[in-house]
Each structure stands twice: as C-alpha cells, then as structure tokens.
Design a protein around this ligand. Structure first.
Ligand code: ADP
Ligand code: MG
Ligand code: ZN
Length: 556
C-alpha cells in the first residue's frame, strides 16, 4: 500500500519521500482507522488526506473553514491532474446544484466544503447519494472551545455520521496541539486518542534562549549592533512599547520599521515594504505583524516582552529561519511583563476563558524559567513524545555549574504548606524573607514570618527561586481570581527528602555562613519560636505530618 502511496507522491506531487509523520497518518487512514494528525503549519498535513483520496474508492470530503483558500487549493490539485472541486458561499445556488450533480456522478476525488454547509438538510440529503470513504477535517481545532478559533458550525460535523450507511474514516488535522484541544477533537469526532500522530514541531535550525534579569534596552542595542547585517523581528506586547522601541532604535542609528494595528494602513504597508525589501533590517511590531508574511532570511526573533502563551510564541518565533539557516529566538524576560499579560487577558476575553488563558500564560512563564532544553520544552508542550535535547539552546549550552538547592526548595515548600496552600507567590516570599508588612500581619503570619527561614535573601531572589520551582513542577499554581500556589506531588517528594533539586548558575539562595553574626541570631530566634509553638522550625516533615498538612489545602 505504501509503495503505491510513494508512487503517487512522486507522480502527482513530484516529491521523492514522505516527511516525518505523513506515512504513519496515511497508514491509519488506509487501515480505516480514524485518527488525529498534529503538525505545525507548513508541516505537510494536506498530503495526508490527498494521497489516500487518490487510493480510496469514492469522493473524499475535506471540511475547511478557509473559504478564501479553497479555490486555490482546488486549482492546485486540478493542475496536478487530480479532479477536485469545492462548495462554499462564494458559489451561486445554480453552481452548487451543478457541482453536486457532478459529485454524485463520482467525477471528483476530493470535495472541499465549508462547515456551514453541514447545517443544511438539503445538502446532507444530496450527500446521501455520494460514496464517501474519508472525511478530512482540516483546522480541526475549530471544533473545540479551547482552541483559538472556535467555530460553532464545526459541531455540525457529527451530522455526517447519520448521512452515510457505511461510516467513513475521519482524519482530523490541526497545528494546535494542546492536550485540551486534542482531547476535545478526539471526543467530538469519535477518534481513539491513541490514533494521534504528532510530529515535526522541532525546528533544527533555531536556537532558543531566554534572557533573565538584564537591562533589555541595553541588551537589544548591543545584540542588534553585533548582528548589524542580519534581519530580525522584535515583538512587543503593546503598541506603546512598539512606538518607544522604534524611537529608541532609530535614535541609536539602527534602521528600524514598525507595525501595529494602531497605525494608519498606508504607513503600515510602507513599513512592511521597507522591511520586506531589507531597507529596514529590524521590524518592531505587535503580534499584528507576521501573518502571511513569507520572509525567509529572518535571522532572529526577539520577544521584548513574553507573549501570552506557547502557541503564540512558537508561531511568532517560528518566523525566524524559514530558509533553514541557523537563527535565534530570544525572550527577554521580566516578571512585571507577566502582570502586563495578566492584565491584557483580564481585559480582552470573555470571563469564562480567563482561567484557561491564565494557565496557558503559566506555560509561557514556565518556559522562561525551566533549566531543561528549551526546544524540548516546546515540542513536549505541543505533545510530541520522546523529544531529545537540542544541544543548541540557551540551556543546553549553559555551562554554569549545577548547585544543590534541595534545602532552600524544602524551606519554600514547607512554608507554603504551613500557610495552608491558599496564598500567592508574593506573600509567601514575604513570609519567607521575614517581612512584617500589613498583609503578612493581617493574614496571621506574624509568627511564621518571624522564622524568616530565607532571611538574608532578597524578595527578588526568593521569587526567582519560586518561579524556578513552578517551572520544574515542584509547586503548582491554581489560577483563580487570585493565583495561589500549592505543593505538587513532585514537591511532596522533595519535602519528604526523597528527591534532590539542582539548579544552574549562581546560587539564588545564598547560604548564611556559619560565622555570620546573623546566623547565630537566627538560630536562637528559630529555636525560641519553635519551642513556643511546639513545632520544628522548618524542613523535613514526616510522611504523616505532610499528608495531614497537605490535606488541609482547600479544594477548588
Ligand atoms: P500544512 O497544511 O501542514 O500547513 P501543507 O500541506 O500546506 O502544510 O504543506 C506545506 C508545504 O509542504 C507544501 O508546499 C507542500 O507541497 C510541501 N510538502 C508536503 N509534503 C511534502 C513532502 N513529503 N516533501 C516535500 N514537500 C512537501
Ligand atoms: Mg493546511
Ligand atoms: Zn536545547
């Protein structure tokens, strides 16, 4: 069967070999197994149903929301010698009638339709007379409310089930691979989740990195000067930030263009043109820039502020290195940018989706704090299994020494437990560093804070450590109206002393030296308070104590 498929690939499309994943998907389809194919944009999803359409008896139906692209897709197939047609709202009633007659006569291998068609009983009735071996659902994330582009008409796809006596195989295709979306697609289209093929998210010419805690403007200017002959895109989260950066870079003598939705169209087009022709080597833009732009020599994509989720990030960063040459993707991270994104999420969306969006934002924050391979983090996020380390990213090439931070991590975790696991990061960090501010006092943590078990470290250091712990899955975040942190299962293992935690770079948690006068003071203080309270000051709990304490976490 696959020999035949390969032969068709060569004959009709002129390609010698399949890309990763294509054969697996085609195999599923030919074995009449409904399946889900997840590949990034440009990964080659279309062939996964076009080749089977040539091999299966009857007409394959392709459901696609992209009405404007349908005609092009069909024209391309016709040029390749494959009989195909489409039905959507751009056709007159007469044209629809004629096309359906031809379809019923079996003149086409593929019929592209817009999902709205499925809401018409007349159309469904006409379909009854057609032999359909395969239904390809393109952009299948549109069926899920968790997707970024929910289309209610996609829910009508299940009506097709009632139309055909012999159930056609279903092939869902999407570039959106978050678990929630995948689950939804499989459930709604009755696909076994095991029949999911996810591949091709790794981009072997991209080197990812995250820059933490640096002067961003300084970094940018230096980076661009160093790469002065290269073309790059800088994404900022707001129009205002774009305007500011634009001025900053032009003043620094760097030919820079800008693009955001608040600029007059003529100006935007001119700026885009300047960038496309390399007159301006740097483009500063909001996420409004880039859709449909095909500029192959972009050598770097820098995010001046972190984007709202991994999906956006990977799409935007992926505009680097389209030509396959080594390129860089950098996020400049500052924790206040997380607040900006939280604010934007809070403003823009319908209330119901806020928790979901906040969870996705957390994924982005985790990316910035992980110390594992960044490429691996990305493709794992998108659901690829067995991803290997890339050897190129900022973390893979980070040669700083690994430090054992188990003790500090235990201190944080034990404090979180003692606070009842229903508070946020900030107040926890304040308690850990011994603050006695109003909030700490009001919530009744005066005593706990007196322990100040991470006194001697700055709030920023402790927050950084906690972000690292969240990224490593030792602490989890509950995204309510106010996010709260709690100890994850992995975190419990650390608290029980079963697990070691290592962190790269300068120890965030500076040890207080034994001969530091503060050390003795702290020791006495801790002992005094511990005696009074009748509890050990901190760290390692017994299994039972821990279970008991963790059980107190309010369930949400
Ligand atoms: P997607 O729908 O996943 O975004 P497409 O199906 O439109 O991607 O394919 C993107 C491009 O890759 C097309 O130009 C297509 O011809 C090309 N392509 C697909 N499969 C192969 C292959 N096996 N070998 C070479 N090029 C391929
Ligand atoms: Mg496609
Ligand atoms: Zn790596």
């Amino acid at each position: 069967m696959l020999d035949k498929a390969r032969q068709l690939l060569q004959t009709y499309f002129g390609y010698d070999s399949f890309r990763e994943g294509q054969e697996t998907v085609i195999n599923y389809v030919l074995d009449e197994n409904s399946s889900l194919c997840v590949m990034p944009t440009g990964g080659g999803k279309s062939l996964c149903y076009q080749i089977p359409a040539l091999m299966l008896e009857g007409t394959t139906i392709v459901i696609s929301p992209l009405i404007s692209l349908m005609k092009d897709q069909v024209d391309t197939l016709i040029q390749a010698g494959i009989p195909a047609t489409f039905i959507n709202s751009t056709l007159t009633a007469e044209e629809v009638r004629e096309t359906m007659e031809e379809v019923q006569n079996g003149q086409y291998r593929l019929l592209y339709i817009a999902p709205e068609r499925l809401e018409s009983p007349t159309f469904l009735n006409q379909l009854k007379k057609v032999k359909v071996p395969l239904i390809a659902v393109d952009e299948a994330h549109c069926i899920s409310q968790w997707g970024h582009d929910f289309r209610p008409s996609y829910r009508a796809i299940h009506r097709l089930k009632e139309v055909f006596k012999e159930h056609p195989t279903v092939l869902a295709l999407t570039a959106t691979a978050t678990p929630a979306v995948r689950e939804d697609i499989c459930r709604l289209l009755q696909i076994q989740e095991d029949n999911t093929v996810i591949t091709g998210f790794a981009r072997s010419n991209l080197a990812f990195s995250v820059v933490l805690g640096q002067d961003k403007n300084k970094f940018l200017k230096e980076f661009i000067k160093k790469n002065t002959n290269e073309v790059g895109i800088i994404y900022a989260a707001t129009r205002k930030a774009v305007d500011l950066l634009y001025d900053l870079l032009n003043k620094a003598g760097i030919q820079t263009a800008k693009y955001h939705a608040g600029l007059p169209e003529a100006f935007r087009n001119k700026e885009q043109e300047r960038f496309l022709t390399d007159e301006a080597r740097v483009m500063v833009a909001t996420n409004a820039f880039g859709m449909g732009i095909d500029k192959s020599n972009v050598r770097y994509v820098i995010h001046y502020q972190l984007p709202k989720n991994m999906e956006s990030y990977y799409q935007e960063a992926g505009r680097a290195g389209r030509d396959g040459l080594p390129s860089e993707c950098i996020v400049l991270y500052a924790s206040q940018d997380v607040q900006t994104q939280r604010f934007l999420i809070d403003q823009a969306l319908d209330r119901e989706r806020i928790p979901q969006e906040l969870e996705k934002l957390q994924g982005m924050v985790d990316y910035c704090h992980t110390e594992n391979c960044l490429q691996q983090f990305v493709v794992t996020y998108f659901g690829e299994q067995n991803a290997t380390k890339c050897g190129r990213c900022g973390n893979c090439t980070d040669s700083r020494e690994v430090q054992n931070v188990t003790k500090e991590v235990q201190m944080v975790l034990s404090c979180v437990v003692r606070m009842g696991q229903r508070f946020g990061k900030t107040i926890t960090a304040q308690v850990l560093t011994g603050s006695q501010n109003k909030k700490v006092v009001d919530f009744g943590f005066t005593k706990l804070s007196t322990y100040g078990i991470l006194k001697g470290k700055s709030l920023k250091e402790v927050s950084g450590l906690m972000e690292f712990m969240i990224a490593e899955g030792l602490l989890s975040v509950d995204h309510g109206s106010l996010p709260t942190i709690y100890v994850s299962d992995a975190g419990k293992e650390v608290l029980l002393g079963n697990r070691l935690v290592e962190r790269k770079g300068v120890a965030v948690t500076k040890q207080i030296a034994n001969n530091d006068p503060l050390f003795e003071k702290l020791r006495i203080l801790r002992k005094k308070i511990a005696d009074e309270a009748g509890v050990p000051p901190f760290v390692i709990f017994s299994d039972k104590t821990l279970q008991h304490m963790c059980a107190e976490r309010p369930q949400t």
